[in-house]
Design a protein around this ligand. Structure first.
Ligand code: AMP
Length: 389
């Protein structure tokens, strides 16, 4: 049996999953509070266990993970390790086997993703040390969007400066958009013109034409596009200049845009469940925030419908997209003239797998597709290693 360990490193957390080549999850878990008194939550054959232990760094997180596997099972002897890396820049348009040169390139790309690439790199380095000789594959969030045409990736600024500094749209959540659009195509019996709405703590829309990304809402960084938990998405760049000219520092603006905007900025909570509850209780700020959120999503749906030349499926995924009938209803309200309609009972019904929430006979299939980035990373890791043999 071949097994794949999938590692998703954040700045203070590390998620992992062990899968076999039949795509069964053998174990999964999360190490939190890296850099101090940490905890690990591990789900293995004996159920879930939670253990507290000091976790000084990412190497310590992998050591704690290995010790937890040794004590609670299953056997941890991966044939390949797959890593989520956020930014692949222009260099990486597909997953790659990690070597010293790839590590250096990921490090160089940290300038474009200062919050995201450094922890990814720490995870890679720790895993290479922990599993010597085991192939490591980097799977990039940006890679699926490498098929976007230049008109979708080019910002209309000084072309030479943009080229010199790498300023263009790259797009993110690619692993999720790819997995979800493939699952939707399998469910519908064929690819076509899809808009995928990844609505989670981070959120992005993607226009997928016959399996290829042709437009997406995140840009140079994951700040652009939809309203998110703590990021506001689209904003006049003039607002940033205005803030800088009227007393804010670069650091303050960075914090504002990454941590104090979006639903958090509008309502005080970045969790859509809180916002829905507050709006239900008559809170006007929360109601306004939901309005802004849905308005933005609908704008992208309309734009992408135009780019795609029509629409076969509108697909909801991630925490909000999979779990909130109310947000789905707000997004789809009044779009019947575009062929987008919900079946209210299907929309409200809970379900686990891929499901259709539009009536059977509408022109656009509206689907809920649970995303599974770990599985997609495992698939890529196995394929990349097989192709290199
Ligand atoms: P993700 O980043 O995909 O894990 O999504 C996390 C977000 O999904 C949370 O911050 C919540 O706002 C949202 N979420 C999870 N469950 C629900 C739900 N039942 N209704 C609305 N939003 C939800």
């Amino acid at each position: 049996m071949t097994t794949v360990l999938v590692v998703n490193s954040g700045s203070s957390s590390l998620k992992y999953q062990l899968l076999d080549d039949a795509e069964q999850v053998l174990a999964s878990g999360l190490v939190e509070r890296i850099g101090g008194e940490g905890t690990i939550t591990h789900r293995g054959p004996g159920g879930e266990v939670s253990v507290a232990a000091p976790v000084p760094d990412h190497a310590g997180a992998l050591a704690l993970m290995a010790a937890t596997f040794a004590e609670h099972g299953p056997v941890l002897a991966p044939d390949v390790v797959g890593h989520r890396v956020v930014h692949g820049g222009e260099r990486f348009s597909a997953p790659v086997l990690v070597d010293a040169e790839v590590e250096a390139a990921v490090e160089e790309l940290s300038v474009l993703a200062p919050l995201h690439n450094p922890p990814g790199l720490l995870g890679i380095r720790a895993a290479r040390a922990a599993f010597p000789g085991v192939p490591q594959v980097a799977v990039f969030d940006t890679a699926f969007h490498a098929t976007m045409p230049p008109e979708a990736t080019t910002y209309a600024i000084d072309a030479e400066l943009a080229a010199e500094r790498g300023i263009r749209r790259y797009g993110f959540h690619g692993t999720s958009h790819e997995y979800v659009s493939q699952a939707a195509a399998a469910f519908l019996g064929g690819a076509g013109r899809f808009v995928v709405l990844h609505l989670g703590n981070g959120a992005s829309a993607c226009a997928v034409s016959d399996g290829r990304s042709i437009a997406t809402s995140m840009g140079l960084t994951p700040l652009e596009g939809l309203v998110m938990g703590t990021r506001g998405g689209d904003l006049d760049p003039g607002a940033v200049l205005h803030l800088l000219r009227t007393g804010s520092t670069v650091e303050e603006v960075d914090t504002l845009l990454n941590r104090r905007s979006g639903l958090t900025g509008l309502t005080g909570s970045g969790d859509l469940r809180d916002v829905l509850a507050a709006a239900g209780a008559g809170d006007e700020r929360a109601e306004r925030a939901l309005g802004v959120y849905a308005h933005r999503v609908r704008g992208y749906v309309g734009a992408y419908l135009a780019h795609l030349g029509g629409l076969d499926a509108l697909v909801f995924t991630a925490g909000v997209g999979e779990n909130s009938p109310e947000v789905r209803a707000r997004v789809c309200a009044g779009l019947g003239h575009l062929g987008i309609e919900l079946d209210p009972a299907r929309n409200e019904a809970r379900g686990r797998g891929v499901r259709r929430i539009s009536p059977d006979d509408t022109p656009v299939a509206v689907l809920v597709v649970p995303t599974d980035e770990e599985l997609q990373i495992a698939r890529h890791a196995l394929r990349t290693v097989a192709a290199a043999r």
